[in-house]
Design a protein around this ligand. Structure first.
Ligand code: TYD
Length: 394
């Protein structure tokens, strides 16, 4: 019940009440217009019954045809369409009712049609004004609020990345469901319908997908986002810092041993390994992105900054110990800065060397990002492209 009030159908209630109030008012206006103000419509049994039927039909149409679904996020055109749909269904059902109760012939069609015409204008105005008011009350924080779709292994990385780019994660939806109710004080939504309602009623500004696992975003959510004109911000930073297992010898003369194991640590098959040595401090390399190649970077000796850029935001990851690795997925611009001379950069790559899959021009990279995002947001399944990309890796 609590959830129903917070994001569920009961959140419609205020809109339903507005609808019914508009309908009653429209009826009164139409009645007085027809019969003059000498009469009270309620004093006529016929009018009273029909009016009550109209109210019942109105509530029924709202529930059965979900004419208020996502109402808080509708644009003007959508409101015009949905209000018209609502009034049309109500009118058709009322006609059937009048026909079945055989009261159609002695009840004025003019009153009904005028009432519904006025109702249409009034519910459109009423809903729009109420929505405006609710949104005004809602907008307290200037920082964009986010629903984060991720998997258990990426939750904290995701929250952290989004915080750094100035977004507050308000809700979490985990693609691989954890039985947790909240993580770091952020509520975890465990039902996809609830997630869609949260986007609507909590006026979430952005929806991010974070993580390497190519889980599908549930089609229901994709559809709901389309209805609300919400775009997925796909894989904001498609990278991950990992711990490379390191065994420190008890006797310091034996040093440390670090290791990485195929599928267990690396989410792609390794087709190539290369390393960069004999370097000087302050050397800058990289300045490219890959269309297909997934990489794992680590620095077994020295200190190297990796600047990762997803076309919108930049982040720097410092590889300063052999026990730290960085997985970079395709579609990220990278620049490497050698902090110490002699630092060694080792790279494990999912693809054989192929100059064709490199993007070496920054403007071309930005255009690539834009095209990629546009395709994703246009598609029926937001993660299909990501899935395709990742399938290349195996
Ligand atoms: P490049 O990708 O430009 O290095 P970085 O971006 O780190 O500065 O590669 C330098 C040269 O090495 C370039 O001529 C291509 C060649 N190369 C290979 O032949 N095979 C490889 O696997 C890599 C990574 C580079």
């Amino acid at each position: 019940m609590h959830t129903e009030f917070r994001y569920g159908r009961l959140k419609y209630l205020s809109f339903v009440i507005i609808d019914i109030a508009c309908l009653l008012l429209a009826n009164l206006i139409s009645f007085y217009f027809y019969a003059g103000i000498k009469h009270l419509p309620y004093s006529f049994d016929r009018h009273y019954n029909v009016m009550m039927a109209m109210v019942a039909i109105d509530a029924g149409v709202t529930i059965v045809f979900s004419t208020l679904r996502r109402v808080l996020r509708w644009k003007k055109e959508r409101e015009l369409y949905e209000s018209a749909r609502h009034v049309f269904y109500s009118l058709v059902i009322l006609s059937v009712y009048l026909f079945l109760t055989k009261s159609g012939s002695d009840y004025s069609r003019v009153i009904v049609l005028t009432a519904y015409a006025i109702d249409y204008a009034m519910i459109w105005l009423g809903r729009t004004a109420w929505r405006f008011l609710l949104l005004r009350l809602h907008r307290k924080s200037k920082r964009p609020t986010v629903l984060l779709l991720t998997t258990d292994g990426f939750v904290r990385d995701g929250i952290e990345s989004l915080r750094e780019i100035g977004c507050d994660v308000k809700y979490l939806y985990l693609l691989k469901n954890l039985q947790k109710k909240e993580i770091d004080g952020i509520p975890v939504i465990d039902d996809i319908k609830e997630a869609a309602s949260v986007l609507c009623w909590e006026m979430i500004d952005r929806i991010y997908i974070f993580g390497l696992d190519h889980q599908m975003v549930p089609a229901y959510l994709v559809q709901a986002c389309k209805e609300m004109n919400l775009e997925f911000e796909l894989v904001d930073f498609n990278y991950r810092v990992i711990d490379v297992k390191t065994v420190q010898s008890k006797d310091s003369r034996f040093g440390a041993l670090s290791f990485l194991e195929g599928k267990r640590d690396i989410p792609f098959p390794i087709r190539r390994a290369y390393w960069i040595t004999e370097t000087e401090a302050d050397l800058h390399r990289g300045f490219h992105a890959h269309k297909l190649n997934c990489q794992l970077l680590f620095c077994p000796h020295g200190c190297i900054d990796i600047i990762v850029d997803d076309g919108d935001n930049k982040r720097t990851v410092t590889l300063d110990k052999p026990g730290k690795g960085l997985i970079l997925m395709p579609g990220l611009w990278r620049e490497m800065v050698w902090r110490e001379s002699g630092s060694v950069l080792c790279v494990l790559a999912s693809e054989y060397y192929d100059e064709q899959e490199y993007i070496r021009d920054y403007n071309e990279f930005l255009a690539y990002c834009q095209k990629y995002r546009a395709t994703v947001n246009h598609g029926t399944d937001a993660n299909t492209l990501l899935t395709e990309r990742l399938q290349h890796c195996y």
